[in-house]
Design a protein around this ligand. Structure first.
Ligand code: AMP
Length: 194
């Protein structure tokens, strides 16, 4: 693995625990020689992650749509920045540059980006690890809901297990390093014309 894509809030969240884990993830990425790919903004947890990686001597690549350069305060001091035309291009570029995907706490943007990476994985467009950094149980309800998807027959257990979850950045990255992607079909039963 060379680079990890991290999705995270453009807000900092109220609890200092979010910033603390963001800094710890930055330290782990840099100490393992892993570059960071992220949304290119200088605000919220996004800016904190980029600045902490840069401060520790890490590589940081930002990918930001032109419409958001001002709105999200594009970071001007990154190792490399890509200004792209659309959100779709942003997600594709971030995925192409990365060998795995992590979501730290964030809002709907974070979830949207993470779930797209997960759906691409489920459909076989890539086989890169996807993980949730569950600070303070922030993702507990989401994890419960994914269990519900399995129990209600909308998600196969192998794909549920693809979502690696940990509260500890080092543990999550260790599991990324040994990740073995599942080889199952997305459909539990391919029934036509129900
Ligand atoms: P949020 O978690 O809502 O604070 O957003 C975190 C990041 O996700 C920000 O850089 C948003 O611009 C980005 N984002 C929001 N919606 C999308 C989307 N549909 N595609 C790609 N990035 C998005």
């Amino acid at each position: 693995m060379n680079r990890i894509c991290v999705y995270l809030g453009s807000n900092p969240g109220f609890d200092p625990a979010y910033a603390e884990t963001t800094r710890r993830l930055a330290g782990e990425l840099v100490s393992r020689g892993l570059g960071l790919v992220y949304g290119g903004s200088d605000v919220g947890l996004m800016g904190l992650l980029a600045n902490t990686c840069l401060g520790a001597g890490g590589e940081v690549i930002g990918v930001i749509p032109e419409r958001l350069v001002e709105k999200e305060v594009a970071h001007t001091g990154l190792t490399q920045s890509f200004v792209v035309r659309s959100m779709h291009e942003r997600k594709q570029k971030m995925a192409d540059l990365s060998d795995g995907f992590i979501a730290l706490p964030g809002g709907v943007g974070t979830l949207e980006e993470f779930f797209e990476a997960l759906t691409w994985n489920q459909l076989g467009y890539h086989a890169k690890p996807c993980g949730l950094l569950d600070v303070k149980g922030y993702y507990a309800c989401l994890s419960d809901h994914m269990d519900r998807m399995v129990s209600e027959g909308f998600l196969v257990p192998e794909h549920r297990r693809m979502v690696l979850t940990s509260s500890d950045p080092a543990d999550l990255l260790d599991r990324f390093a040994t990740y073995d992607p599942p080889h199952v079909d997305k459909w539990i039963e391919k029934k036509k014309g129900l």
